[in-house]
Write a protein that binds this ligand. Sequence first.
Ligand SMILES: Cc1cc2nc3c(=O)[nH]c(=O)nc-3n(C[C@H](O)[C@H](O)[C@H](O)COP(=O)(O)OP(=O)(O)OC[C@H]3O[C@@H](n4cnc5c(N)ncnc54)[C@H](O)[C@@H]3O)c2cc1C
Length: 357
Amino acid sequence: MQPEVIIVGGGIAGAMLCFELSCAGVQVRLIEAATRPGSGVSARSFGWINAINSDPEGAPGLFALRRDGLERFAALNQRCGGALAAASAGGSEGALLWQANGALSAALRDKMRVAGYRVDLLQPAQAAGLLPGARLPDLALHVPQELAVRPAHVCKILLERAVSQGAEVICGQRVDAVATRSGRVTGVICDGRLMASPQVVVAAGLQSRELLAAFTDPGWLQASSAALVELSADLAPFVPVVRTPDIELRSVGSGRFLAVTSAPDPLNPQAGKAVAQAQVAALQDLFPEAGQVRAVAVQTGQRALPADGRPRAGRVAAVEGLYVMVGHPGVILAPVMAASLCDQILGRGGVPLSEPL
Ligand SMILES: Cc1cc2nc3c(=O)[nH]c(=O)nc-3n(C[C@H](O)[C@H](O)[C@H](O)COP(=O)(O)OP(=O)(O)OC[C@H]3O[C@@H](n4cnc5c(N)ncnc54)[C@H](O)[C@@H]3O)c2cc1C
């Protein structure tokens, strides 16, 4: 049967939209080039669902969208019985952080309080309860509502649910082009054949630039690289995401930890070694009793950044029925973009998050 909507890309963006559309009873088909969903940039993501890393004064619009994303993720996690952010699924709950000194930490907390965002001040004994064995400052901040997820796991769960609600998920099939006739989308081209659909959503991360090149100026999307470092250490697992001036870290299972840092992509072996060593040193500094700390793997990924900083979840102006779904930070914003697009596609008056592309 011809689907009402084809989604190109099974990362966190495409998976979230597929789930939402299937919940709304839409006949949807998701096409993913890789053999498994969630194996693009989403597989290399730190997966921290937060608003604390954004500035409510400098970028109030993005701050509000990130808060909305966090609230929607928390609600979705509840709908899924906690399975998205469970520690057993590589998730974390709450965030513990501090700035270079107590005055800066207090100022950050005050700024967030003015914005109505909950951040608690913790004394060292309280922080030690959340992060045993760590070298802690006199003043730490706790953001209990924040979460971290393993995006590939979230994609899997959402797509399983979508399929059980009638969605079709095709993996291992690359979409070569978007098909149009007389300014209207007619479907997508795969292996020289048309897969017909009256509506197509391109949610292909950075590859969205190529797929939409015939209809848009390619300057709308830029790449920004980052590295995910997997560490092993003789250290008990901890619950919150941790951000210090030297490391962003979370626990993902017994003796296994993830750290995120900026780094060029691709990394040459020497640069990769330097990135790994810096994270090992930062973890050892944070946990002086950690025993042997090793970097197990360093993976880099290209984050897709719309040039105007706004997530793109709306129409491609040149083609009727064609939509795009790309934003940064893409995990946090996926539920917000999916809700907006779902409403636009269903004609429920969804507010586009940006001007048509
Ligand atoms: C190291 C690192 C840490 C990060 N940490 C965070 C974080 O803490 N929080 C956060 O919110 N974000 C974070 N990000 C960013 C976030 O991971 C991305 O924004 C998000 O995963 C993008 O999801 P996506 O679905 O848009 O893209 P992708 O995950 O790249 O998915 C796109 C999919 O489309 C498929 N595809 C591409 N072209 C085609 C085609 N022609 N036909 C069919 N399929 C196609 C690809 O195979 C891929 O699976 C991080 C990124 C990196 C690299």
